[in-house]
Design a protein around this ligand. Structure first.
Ligand code: ZN
Length: 327
């Protein structure tokens, strides 16, 4: 069942947008499973990877107008706290993420702050554009880890976010090394251009990392799994003075070896959402530098969402990105 909703009223600083597509994220799947065990529609609560067309907007500094096709940043900050003032609005003290804390984007119309709306180039289709938000997560993770040109970066998790982080590293001129336990994901990563992949069931991770870095170990690590077994050993996966960004969400707090982290003076940077990355992400997808079309497992109609999410729960390794068509 799909619920009828009224078109929102235009309010100051906002635009009314007719939604066109929205990606399904791993967090939507867990939200759906956790918050709705009886699996009943409406699914109005989920979705934060939305693309749409402005249908109503007031005068604005960004020169956006009705008819513009746009990507929506889903992390709605208060625009006033100390984090917002420093540009880190992704980490606003009063953050409300659409599809998590407020209504999601898998609806026909939404009202959204103009500051969080980004115009798409002509010719960028709405299905590919649904990957803009997940790519910003990879870009932010790489930026938090201060990834720079020429460095080697080990990335844990070859799902959508791990792939996005790997392409973020490539776009910053670094060399990603992707680690997972699912060989088919690693084969796919290699096929689409990730230079180094390693199946951690094939041997010792640290030994492999030493081998491909001439004994030094990578300068940076991006964890996209939140797996306790990886985090407990993370000090072994970067060199002295290395940087680690934590993108994945563990299911509960995990133990890390702070003694070894101190002995190696490892910098740890938790990475939440993304900040100021939408324009960069749009350009990387539009230019084809990040082949998101290959990462889209399927495109579905809104009415199929429930069944597909059920299948994603049962067979998570069969899926990378699924994009829902809303119109
Ligand atoms: Zn704030």
């Amino acid at each position: 069942m799909i619920e009828e909703i009224a078109e929102p009223e235009l309010t100051g600083g906002h635009a009314v947008i007719k939604m066109e597509t929205c990606g399904i994220c791993g967090s939507d799947v867990t939200a759906y499973r956790g918050s709705n065990p009886t699996m009943k529609y409406p699914i109005k609560g989920i979705g934060h990877e939305g693309i749409g067309t402005i249908i109503e907007i007031g005068a604005n500094e960004k020169n956006l107008k009705a008819g513009d096709r746009v990507a929506l940043e889903p992390y709605v900050p208060d625009f006033t706290c100390h984090m917002c003032k420093s540009g880190r609005y992704n980490n606003c003290a009063n953050l409300r993420v659409r599809g998590v804390h407020t209504d999601g984007m898998m609806v026909e119309y939404i009202s959204h702050p103009v500051q969080l709306i980004h115009k798409l180039p002509d010719g960028l289709d709405a299905v590919k554009a649904a990957c803009i938000e997940p790519l910003t997560i990879g870009l932010h993770g790489a930026t938090r880890a201060k990834v720079t040109k020429g460095e080697k970066v080990v990335i844990f998790g070859a799902g959508t976010i791990g792939l996005m982080a790997a392409f973020a590293c490539l776009s910053y001129g670094a060399v990603p090394i992707l680690v997972d336990v699912l060989q088919k994901r690693l084969d796919f990563a290699k096929e689409i251009g990730i230079p180094y992949t390693f199946n951690s069931e094939d041997g010792e991770i640290a030994a492999y990392l030493r081998e491909v870095t001439a004994g030094k170990l990578p300068e940076a690590m991006i964890d996209c799994t939140g797996a306790p077994v990886i985090l407990a050993e993370m000090h072994n996966y970067v060199c002295h003075g290395g940087r680690i960004s934590l993108v994945g969400w563990p299911k509960q707090p995990v133990t890390i070896n702070t003694v070894r982290c101190t002995q190696k003076e490892i910098d740890i940077y938790p990475s939440r959402n993304s900040a100021n990355k939408f324009p960069e992400s749009i350009e990387l997808i539009y230019s084809g530098m990040v082949p998101v079309d290959k990462m889209i497992t399927k495109t579905i109609e809104l009415a199929e969402t429930e069944n597909v999410i059920r299948d994603m729960i049962e067979n998570p390794s069969d899926y990378l990105k699924v994009v829902v068509k809303i119109n």
